[in-house]
Design a protein around this ligand. Structure first.
Ligand code: GTP
Ligand code: MG
Length: 289
């Protein structure tokens, strides 16, 4: 039996969450076309007869600008500490030198695989150039190409991971999929809709906290607060006569119902908490502990 932690690192938007979901065959992590979507370490546990891999999605690596960012980078740090195998993910279309500088700075001591993503939209020449750029880097045992969005290259990636995965007994029961709560995933599904529908600073000034999660006969009642920093942002999220919050609520409710497998009554509120991203108490309350 092989068992271990395989942690995914990369710049924002490289496709780390998309890759976690593809490796799990299940949507655990939210995805968006905007940078800095993931804020926590998200574990996905895959148990097969011959192995157990605990994959971790992590926030995109950035230079912290406020306390929320610092917490996000702590999630990256914790994932650096317990990795058995590291996946260094790069978008074939991003700036390779920047990615290289970040990967080199991680000073990984565990076997690391350089994974080039989004090959579905790269020319063969671009792909070759990227492979030869990263092929000469000392931190990578191997360079592999994938498309996380359509699954191309994933069987080979898994083969490579298993090659470097240590022997050992499983860490989790075989029916465990993750270590995070249903409440966490519900909050994330709501947050994903905010990334989908709002531009500029809104997604970055927002967080979501589930405060009620109760079975009421045939219905699961969920209450959640959408936290913003300013009154103007609250007005934008609510929209004209409540149109935007209604849209977010009904889209999120559909995802949540599919996730919990039952009918959900979802109630959303918007709360203004000035500078919550800089406030230790708020950050703790909102799950950025
Ligand atoms: N064309 C293409 N797009 C992809 C692929 N993988 C991911 N994407 C897109 O890239 C964008 C970012 O994907 P995410 O999975 O959210 O990226 P991430 O690395 O988790 O980003 P952060 O959480 O912000 O660090 C989304 O629009 C994805 O649909 C791929 O293989 N091909
Ligand atoms: Mg992500």
């Amino acid at each position: 039996m092989k068992a271990g932690f395989v942690n995914i690192f990369g710049k924002p938007n490289a496709g780390k969450s998309t890759l976690l979901n593809a490796l799990m065959g299940e949507k655990l992590a939210i995805v968006s076309s905007k940078v800095q979507t993931t804020r926590h370490r998200i574990k996905g546990i895959r148990t097969e007869p011959e192995y157990q891999i605990i994959f971790s999605d992590t926030p995109g690596i950035i230079e912290p600008k406020y306390k929320l960012h610092e917490r996000m980078m702590q999630a990256v740090k914790s994932s650096l500490e317990d990795a058995d195998v590291a996946l260094l993910l790069v978008d074939v279309a991003e700036n390779w030198d920047e990615a290289d500088a970040i990967f080199a700075s991680l000073r990984l001591k565990v076997p690391s695989l350089l994974v080039v993503n989004k090959l579905d939209k790269a020319t063969p020449e671009k792909k070759e150039a990227c492979f030869s750029f990263f092929g000469s880097k000392a931190y990578a045992k191997n360079v592999l190409g994938i498309s996380a969005i359509n699954g191309a290259g994933l069987p080979e990636l898994l083969q490579n991971i298993l090659h470097y995965l240590p022997e050992g007994e499983p860490f989790f029961a075989e029916d465990e999929l993750t270590d995070l709560s249903e409440r966490f995933f519900v909050a994330e599904m709501i947050r994903e809709k905010i990334y989908d529908h709002f531009e500029d600073e809104i997604p970055y000034h927002t967080t979501v906290l589930v405060h009620e999660f109760k079975q009421k006969s045939a219905l699961l009642k969920i209450g959640a607060n959408i936290i913003v920093q300013r009154e103007t942002q609250k007005a934008i999220i609510i929209g004209e006569r409540g149109s935007m919050i209604k849209k977010i609520g009904s889209e999120a409710r559909k995802d949540i119902e599919a996730f919990v497998g039952q009918k959900v009554f979802l109630e959303l509120f918007v709360k203004v908490r000035p500078k919550w991203r800089e406030n230790d108490l708020f950050l703790k309350e909102y799950g950025y502990g």
